[in-house]
Design a protein around this ligand. Structure first.
Ligand code: FES
Length: 510
């Protein structure tokens, strides 16, 4: 562990840490554009200059490119380093639009922040600026190439991290262009991350454009409801309308990124026909009136049919708090039936899968990213849980071997992210040679059966479940004796249901 001194503060960091990261670890921010924790260094922007006062390396250095070493004495405030950084910012701003007060990236622009922090406020260059034509990149991402400072973060993410092939860097020297060969939709299912990763606003969220300033948003940490992975997000709303969703860093789960499905699926939340008021027989009423009506009708129903005829029906979409309240409601009313699922085969497989998991054998997305052997069983990750596919790609980039068992589920798009070998069964996967093996399994009875023996073998397991809280509702279902709605209906006694966040099937009696 190298020990060094940064601005007179002694710091010890893990081997491989660069000087910029070492400074961050003690709360010192060195300006940077091209370096990103998830993408590493590129040495492209030259904004992170520091002065090495003593030790194995001396003079002005780019802190992101310099691994921390024993005995280094680093100054981020030395006048020579400050002047260098100020000069770099001034060069970057020569071609950049000077429209910060009205720019739609204002408030979330790293270039704006470091320009102001660096003290560059007066434009000395009065020549023509380099300008570009923008491209149409689809309905989600706006392109504004004149803001580009050539940090290469976008292309490093799109091609290297996310495996995209339709977007890249074109041109040479001072005329590098970041875009597609021609106008068209970005093809990567992770393209929305360009918005988060670009430090200047070349890529912005078109769906929220000019709707709010960064400081106008109501925002809070949240969890994506798009699939069962539960990636960390920050939904951002204004005037009670959900305008955009951004990724929230969570190293154990999604890292720095989210998929486009999670980012751009806010239409249902804002749908004008979404119920926003209590209704009785189709008529809008106050909440008090609705509750009175519910109590009266429920009392009548129970008197007429008895508690055995009533089912409380939830779904794997429910938050855990709501699922627990559904069980409490069942007990309060005395209803005999509680359901969290309308799909019997999936429910049975989910309950079995969840029963196999414990603290030691459960694989997080981070475990998958760090795996050296990954077996994928009965699921197409890009369709069912895109961020898990991105996690497998990171394992693959680090040298992991990827095996796909029962290959028939895999669509062509998944193959762009990682090369994989098709095998007939899990016994063909060389787990014994692996140090960090992971099996990712879809909800299929045959797959669950074949994975039973793995649960205690040291191999970590990740299940792609059927709903954002399928895991929680399956745990509760076992504890609370819940059944599926089709099973409850098959008993023939159900005459009424109370539905809570449930999609009721057409099997319901009229
Ligand atoms: Fe160091 Fe860009 S952050 S050169």
């Amino acid at each position: 562990m190298p020990k060094l001194t940064i601005d007179t503060i002694a710091v010890e960091v893990p081997e491989g840490t660069n000087v910029l990261e070492a400074a961050r670890s003690i709360g010192i921010t060195i300006p940077h554009f091209c370096w990103h924790p998830a993408l590493g260094k590129a040495g492209a922007c030259r904004a992170c200059a520091v002065k090495m006062l003593d030790g194995p390396i001396k003079g002005i250095q780019m802190s992101c490119m310099l691994p921390a070493q024993d005995g280094m004495v680093v100054s981020t405030t030395d006048q020579e380093a400050v002047d260098m950084r100020r000069a770099v910012i001034e060069w970057l701003m020569i071609n950049h639009p000077h429209d910060c007060p009205v720019c739609d990236e204002g408030g979330e622009c790293q270039l704006q922040d470091f320009t102001i922090a660096g003290g560059h406020g007066i434009r000395r260059y009065d020549g023509l600026k380099r300008t570009y034509n923008n491209q149409y990149l689809g309905e989600y991402i706006e392109h504004e190439m004149n803001r580009c400072i050539q940090c290469y973060r976008c292309v490093r993410f799109y091609q290297e991290y996310a495996g995209g092939t339709d977007f890249g860097a074109m041109g040479r020297s001072g005329m590098v262009y970041f875009g597609r060969q021609q106008d068209g939709d970005l093809e990567s299912p992770f393209s929305g991350n360009l918005v988060d990763i670009c430090p200047t606003g070349v890529f912005t969220d078109k769906t929220a454009r000019f709707r709010a300033r960064y400081w106008d948003y109501d925002m809070a940490p949240s969890v994506c409801p798009g699939c069962s992975l539960g990636c960390s997000t920050v939904p951002m709303a204004r005037y009670r309308e959900l305008l955009k969703v951004t990724a929230r860093r969570n190293d154990a789960v999604n890292g720095w990124f989210i998929c486009d499905r999670g980012r751009f699926s806010n239409a249902a939340v804002n749908a004008p026909d979404r119920p926003r008021q209590a209704r009785v027989d189709g008529e809008a009423v106050s909440m008090d009136a609705a509750l009175d009506s519910l109590q009266e009708r429920l009392t009548n129903f129970l008197e007429l049919n008895g508690a055995a005829a009533l089912a409380i029906v939830g779904s794997p979409r429910m938050a855990q708090e709501a699922a627990i309240m559904a069980a409490k409601l069942r007990d309060l009313i005395g209803a005999e039936t509680l359901c969290y699922s309308g799909d019997t085969p999936h429910f049975a497989a989910t309950v079995e899968a969840v029963a196999l998991l414990n603290r030691n054998n459960t694989a997080s997305q981070k475990d998958v990213r760090q795996a050296d052997v990954v077996a994928i069983l009965e699921c197409d990750l890009l369709i069912e849980a895109p961020m898990m596919a991105l996690a497998v790609r990171q394992a693959y980039r680090n040298g992991a071997k990827v095996f796909v068992v029962h290959n028939k589920c895999l669509k062509e798009t998944s193959r762009q992210l990682y090369d994989s070998a098709a095998v007939a069964s899990l016994t063909d996967v060389p787990f014994a040679e692996a140090r960090n093996p992971v099996v990712i399994c879809g909800m299929n009875r045959q797959a669950i059966n074949s994975i039973q023996a793995m649960a205690l073998s040291g191999v970590k397991l990740a299940f792609i479940l059927n709903g954002p809280n399928a895991f929680g509702t399956a745990m509760l279902a076992r504890e609370q004796g819940a059944v599926t709605l089709p099973d409850a209906l098959a008993r023939g006694a159900i005459k009424g249901v109370i539905a809570l966040e449930a999609d009721l099937s057409s099997e319901l009696p009229p």
